[in-house]
Design a protein around this ligand. Structure first.
Ligand code: PEP
Ligand code: MN
Length: 344
């Protein structure tokens, strides 16, 4: 059930609706929008009687939600969600760029790459301290030492830190160091991790599962939101197909599909999406052109020595070039959208 408040409804009236939801034993999620607040109700095992809400002051209407998800959908919140992280944002007017190595390998490696990222005026730095590797014998990440290095990156360059959390037990630890908590593709349907991150105070970057459908990705985001963390960013990173000219098949068509259904921001990771350095720039360009809210790319100062994902890492000079291109392409797309809107 979705309760739409009148545009002149007061905070007390919103609170009154939330009180009734609580008395009934359910959970109310208040989502303020530009023109009105809507309240999503979760935890009810069956349909609710709309009349009991419509009688309350300030309520415009109570609507049954027919989609499998309630909180991620545009029915609840029409306006795009903008995630604010300090003075940076994801989902706002400018495309967000998140860049850095696949894994934090050492202080020197991380600082050198962070310097390149910061020099481009890019606000977000990525780097894994806990790495989900196919082989148990491959480099698993530096763990807390890696997080401490990321802390130094934030201190030195003012970059916001995006880093992966692999399991529920480590959320407290990773949250102390991260600005954005990444859920990797392999964990997109790790439901206990999703629920735990629903109680985190930091935004969550949710990567699409290796073979996840659009609905499965949206429902994974719903898990996080249903526990009370509404700051979720979706990330397309390619899915498994028969194609073997790339590591994964980057599904850019999911960007407008998500934007149609959901108010959440969606970014694209062309590094894991292609697995090959020479394909990252073309697909990053396309990601911005298709309307993604940003890109996440891997960059390494010595990719030939990288402990993970070297073949897909951009060289520093390639990254500098890409940032310029992203800004140029975004300008053209924003102008085209304005023209389209003006022409009806
Ligand atoms: C990563 O971003 O480093 C990563 C492991 O990505 P994914 O979960 O998409 O494979
Ligand atoms: Mn990687």
């Amino acid at each position: 059930m979705l309760i739409v408040m009148r545009s002149d409804a007061t905070e007390d009236q919103v609170e009154q609706v939330l009180d009734l939801v609580r008395q009934l034993g359910f959970k109310g999620h208040s989502m303020p929008g530009a023109s009105r607040t809507a309240i999503g109700i979760t935890g009810n095992p069956g349909p609710l009687d709309p009349g009991q809400f419509e009688d309350l002051p300030g309520v415009a209407e109570a609507i049954r939600v027919t989609k499998p998800y309630k909180l991620v959908g545009r029915d609840l919140k029409h306006d795009n969600t903008v995630i604010r992280i300090g003075d940076a944002e994801i989902g706002g007017a400018e495309p967000a760029i998140i860049a850095g190595p696949c894994a934090v390998e050492s202080l020197d490696q991380t600082m050198e790459i962070a310097e390149v990222v910061a020099s481009c005026g890019v606000p977000f730095f990525r780097g894994g301290a806990f790495k989900p590797r196919t082989s148990p014998y491959a480099f698993q990440g530096l763990g807390e030492e890696g997080l401490r290095i990321l802390d130094k990156v934030r201190d030195r360059f003012g970059l916001k830190i995006v880093t992966e959390v692999l399991d529920p037990e480590n959320v407290d630890l990773v949250e102390r160091y991260a600005d954005v908590l990444q859920i990797g593709a392999r964990n997109m349907q790790n439901f206990s991790l999703l629920k735990r991150l629903g109680h985190a105070r930091k935004p969550v970057l949710l990567k699409r599962g290796l073979s996840a459908t659009l609905d499965e990705m949206l429902l994974a985001a719903e898990y996080v939101m249903s526990e009370g963390n509404y700051n979720v960013i979706l990330c397309e990173r390619g899915v498994r197909t028969f194609a073997d000219h790339t590591r994964n098949t980057l599904d850019l068509s999911i960007v407008p599909a998500v934007q149609n259904l959901s108010h959440l921001p969606i970014i694209v990771d062309p590094s894991h999406g292609t697995g090959r350095r020479d394909k990252v720039i073309p697909l990053a360009r396309a990601s911005i052109a298709v309307g993604a809210n940003g890109v996440m790319v891997e960059v390494h100062n010595h990719p030939e020595l990288a402990l993970s994902d070297g073949p897909q890492a951009l060289l520093p000079e390639m990254f500098v070039q890409l940032v310029r291109e992203i800004r140029d392409i975004h300008k053209v797309i924003a102008e085209a959208e304005l023209n389209a809107a003006a022409n009806g």
